[in-house]
Design a protein. Structure first.
Length: 229
């Protein structure tokens, strides 16, 4: 699912559901990070890192620990850029050689309406107005959850380039729907940055571009940032 949203140079590995089998053991330094966590958190932590190590293997990189760094962002092996996501019933990791992309971010969420009050906290007035219009035209999509997912993907692509926090209200996202009747729901989005963007290839970026899909009870989004535009 997530691979459909990413360019060919990105390697994505995903796992649906939970068959009860044990994920590959964590490295000791990873296990120490979640030693006091609840079992569900430890399992998700291990499953998504198993995905990451499979992606490393596909890129010809020896499997290595993936530790959380500043603000929880994963620390990737030298020469790689990557991103991970997990929610109930799904986890995924996407990796690419740093020479091929400046940054990337992915996110997956259950395709359900956001809890009360969350949309007001994460959206701009213009975004909320556009979502109401889209919901009237295409009620089969939970546009509020999709917006939340897109903002998560934007942040994951933003942070490695800036090492700075990005508030939900500091990116104005506009969605589009590309799929026709009977096709899997998918589309694109543009995120206009409302604060100074990162410098990439000597140019300051003012927006990020992304893709999204709704499949198997999930909504997934992805942002990729090329070295040159």
């Amino acid at each position: 699912m997530i691979e459909e949203l990413l360019p060919d140079e990105v390697v994505a590995v995903e796992v649906f559901g939970d068959d009860g089998s044990e994920p590959a053991p964590l490295y000791p330094e990873e296990a120490a990070v979640v030693a006091q966590a609840v079992p569900k958190r430890r399992r998700e932590f291990a499953l998504v890192r198993a995905c990451a190590r499979r992606a490393m293997d596909k890129l010809g990189v020896p499997p290595q620990p993936v530790l959380p760094g500043e603000r929880g962002a994963p620390i990737w092996p030298a020469g790689l850029a990557g991103t991970m996501t997990h929610c109930d019933g799904y986890c995924a990791a996407a990796l690419v050689r740093a020479a091929d992309l400046a940054s990337l971010g992915i996110d997956a969420e259950p395709h359900q309406e956001l809890p009360d009050g969350v949309l007001d906290a994460v959206s701009l007035p213009a975004e909320a107005a556009r979502l109401r219009l889209l919901a009237g035209q295409h009620p089969e999509v939970h546009w509020d959850r999709l917006l939340f997912s897109a903002k998560e993907s934007v942040y994951k692509a933003w942070f490695p380039l800036t090492r700075q926090w990005l508030e939900f209200t500091e990116a104005d996202i506009e969605m589009s729907l590309d799929s026709g009747p009977g096709a899997p729901l998918h589309g694109g989005f543009q995120a206009e940055l409302l604060v100074p963007g990162p410098l990439v290839g000597g140019r300051r970026l003012g927006r990020f571009e992304g893709r999204w899909t709704v499949q198997r009870g999930l909504v997934a989004s992805a942002v990729t940032v090329p070295h040159t535009l």
